[in-house]
Design a protein around this ligand. Structure first.
Ligand code: CP
Length: 319
């Protein structure tokens, strides 16, 4: 069986980056280049199911020092859909346990002929540090509570796909803002594209200082809900917390979970996003997570499209 090589066009001249480390440093034009490329890949690959082997001969390495289901799998699949080879590095079975440093580990992986490293690490700034120490391209797949740029992009693409625009929308990020790299990437991306962003949650997880990033800070979901076009429900990251930021999970759910009763108070076409993994019954009830307003699984498909676009822009540009 022959594989059809689809012409996706050439990398736009305005795209000159070798790495994707954050959304903070990207312009609105660069954000739109990635989003438009993701749409093109989604269409050309039959909703990301077919191969477009335009990165044949290239090799991508996944270096994940934290657990992942969606990001790791979809970066691997995106690379393979584009015809690239992939390496999946597992920190738990690596020579890190023998004292090898993070940078030495990455340099040794790179020496095997790697074109791009996709890295996830619990320490903020890790992707930036890596980019300063290796010759290949680096893509940030989440660095502590700093940024998760492809998650921000796939969230924004899911909004644009369902609601047709970003400019002028009111998007609330609800939940554990303090520990959320997804919140930061969403804020940078959404604001550059003209959305009004609200961060909402208990005061122990949402500082007033977030206003310095140009967002609205709210503590009462029921007050802001009627004017929201989109709710992005961020997971309570129990694993990153040293003290419990609210008296009980039940109380958190009473105040902030998106449920049937709250849906009745929202705009008729409100869009519900959640980056996953979701805590069913904590941030969102199962009927809402699986209901018609939810784009949770569309986000996962769009993650594949966004990651195909990012790999193509970074590697297809001949870096
Ligand atoms: N949303 C997200 O980053 O999911 P994973 O941790 O499963 O990759």
């Amino acid at each position: 069986m022959s594989i059809e090589v689809v012409d996706i066009g050439s990398v736009p001249a305005a795209w000159t980056r070798r790495h994707l480390l954050d959304l903070e440093s990207l312009s609105a034009e660069e954000l739109n280049i990635i989003l438009d490329a993701a749409v093109a890949f989604k269409e050309a690959s039959g909703n990301c199911t077919q191969k477009l082997p335009i990165l044949s001969g290239r090799t991508c390495a996944n270096l994940f020092f934290e657990n992942s289901t969606r990001t790791r799998t979809s970066f691997s699949l995106a690379a393979r859909r584009l015809g690239a080879d992939t390496i999946d590095f597992s920190s738990s079975s690596s020579s890190l346990s023998k004292g090898e440093t993070f940078i030495d580990t990455a340099k040794n992986i790179e020496a095997m002929g790697i074109d791009a490293i996709v890295v996830r690490h619990r320490t903020p700034g890790t992707a930036q540090l890596l980019a300063q120490n290796v010759h290949c391209s680096v893509i940030n797949a989440g660095d502590g509570a700093h940024e998760h740029p492809t998650q921000g992009l796939l969230d924004i693409l899911s909004i644009r796909e369902r609601l047709g625009r970003i400019e002028g929308l009111t998007v609330a990020l609800v939940g554990d803002i303090a520990h959320s790299r997804t919140a930061r990437s969403n804020i940078w991306g959404l604001k550059k594209l003209g959305a009004h962003v609200i961060v909402c949650g208990p005061s122990t997880l949402v500082s007033k200082h977030w206003e310095e990033l140009g967002v609205e800070v709210a503590y009462d979901l029921d007050t802001i809900l009627p004017r929201c076009d989109v709710l992005n429900l961020l997971r309570i990251q129990f694993e990153r917390q040293t003290t419990r930021p609210f008296p009980s999970v039940r109380e958190y759910a009473l105040l902030y979970a998106m449920n049937h009763e709250r849906l009745a108070q929202a705009k008729q076409d409100i869009l519900i996003l959640a980056p996953g993994p979701i805590n069913r019954g904590v941030e969102i009830t199962p009927d809402v997570a699986d209901g018609p307003h939810s784009a949770i699984l569309e986000q996962v498909t769009n993650g594949l499209a966004v990651r195909m676009a990012v790999l193509w822009l970074i590697l297809g540009a001949g870096n």
